[in-house]
Design a protein around this ligand. Structure first.
Ligand SMILES: [Zn+2]
Length: 389
């Protein structure tokens, strides 16, 4: 089904480092250079439109688990990994692992969509379900990855790095700890020949100053996951030396507070983020590091993924989220500006919303429930007519 073209008038369009400027936005599923025939004109005068967020780190099939740790503080996330692996056959993990893969992935995608993170980096095997047309968000397709120096052999890591095209980012959890093992990991990775222009370091909490100074000019970037780091390790990475190479990753709910916006607030609490300008730079920066030319901005050719935030950087406060030119969820007032979309009443963390009927249907079909999201029953006639065989 083709996407209804839109002409958005009167809004300030955020254009990266240059800030926001008032201009019309023309879209189909992508941003167009001029209005399309048959476009619906929508007045969003006074609102600021941001490009969809890019979440640089998640494990999409792990977001239906409770946040878990088994001691107050770990010296190294490897210890946490051993702890959780030893409990996978105990409850609640045993039951939660038994849900179908699609349902588990869907909740991860939905978590991201609901905070405006329409593009996500998945750190785990590239399950084909992630690229289904009805998956809630866009998932980076061209990537390589290894888990970590602890849970992979050296041979596996080298094989993965060499098998990843040099133009694709290659991700690894590195120095996720405060102990000597974490401090030595960068040198171990470098000795394996796996530090290069496509290497992306996830966490980097325990990197030494010397190693950071060596790594920052060479590698593609550092993914910063402050709420996971504080929860497990009591400390997070020092981001200043990384300059423009810092990207925010939410990690999964198994260790994180929640979504991308929670990480942004976690970053503020860690006293390493201050001004809103600093926040805004983090919205779009990952696009280049991830090799995406059509995300992180709303110029001609970008995907029409955008959102309008409210007064606070928190998901229930978001006014509207649009993916691929189609409004997905928003306040009742905002969604009413798009009369071509059939919507269903919903509440997100107790705040009234309206949600696209197709998304509502997928949420109802999912065996798992997104915490904090209530969606009304579907309009019956449309449900049966629209249901795919
Ligand atoms: Zn991770």
């Amino acid at each position: 089904m083709s996407v209804q073209p839109l002409t958005i008038k009167g809004a300030f369009i955020w254009d990266g480092e240059k800030g926001a400027a008032r201009r019309d936005l023309y879209t189909s599923d992508v941003v167009l250079g001029k209005p399309a025939g048959g476009a619906l004109t929508v007045d969003l005068g006074g609102f600021t439109i941001l490009p969809g967020l890019i979440n640089a780190h998640d494990h999409l099939e792990l977001n239906h688990y409770p946040r878990s740790k088994f001691r107050e503080r770990y010296d190294n996330a490897h210890q946490w990994g051993e702890d959780i692996n030893a409990r996978l056959d105990a409850e609640p993990y045993r039951s939660l692992r038994a849900y179908p893969l699609w349902d588990r992935l869907f909740i991860g995608g939905l978590k991201n969509l609901l905070c405006g993170a329409t593009t996500v980096v998945h750190h785990n095997p590239p399950h084909k379900e992630l690229w289904r047309g009805d998956f809630p968000v866009r998932v980076l397709r061209e990537y390589g990855w290894a888990h970590s120096l602890h849970f992979n052999t050296d041979e596996e890591i080298v094989r993965s790095y060499r098998a990843t095209p040099k133009s694709w980012p290659w991700f690894i959890h590195l120095a996720e700890g405060t102990d000597g093992a974490a401090a030595g990991e960068y040198r171990r990775l470098k000795a394996l020949g796996c530090v290069g222009p496509n290497t992306v370091i996830v966490h980097g909490v325990g990197l030494t100053e010397e190693d950071t100074a060596d790594a920052a000019p060479i590698v593609r970037g550092l993914v910063w996951c402050p709420t996971t780091n504080i929860y497990l390790l009591g400390r997070t990475a020092a981001i200043q030396p990384w300059g423009a190479k810092v990207m925010i990753g939410s990690d999964s709910r198994l260790t994180a507070e929640g979504d991308w916006l929670d990480e942004l607030r976690g970053g503020v609490y860690s006293r390493q983020l201050d001004e809103p300008d600093h926040f805004l730079a983090l919205l779009t920066r990952p696009a280049a590091a991830l090799g995406l030319t059509d995300a992180g901005h709303l110029r001609c050719g970008a995907r029409a993924d955008w959102w309008i935030r409210g007064d606070f950087w928190i998901r229930d406060n978001i006014l509207l989220i649009v993916k691929g030119g189609v409004p997905q969820i928003g306040t009742p007032d905002m969604m009413a500006k798009f009369p071509h979309i059939q919507t269903v009443d919903a509440a997100l963390d107790g705040v009234p919303k309206r949600i696209h009927v197709d998304l509502a249907r997928r949420i109802h079909q999912c065996a798992l429930k997104e915490p904090g999201l209530e969606v009304d029953t579907l309009p019956r006639k449309r449900f049966w007519m629209g249901r795919k065989a």
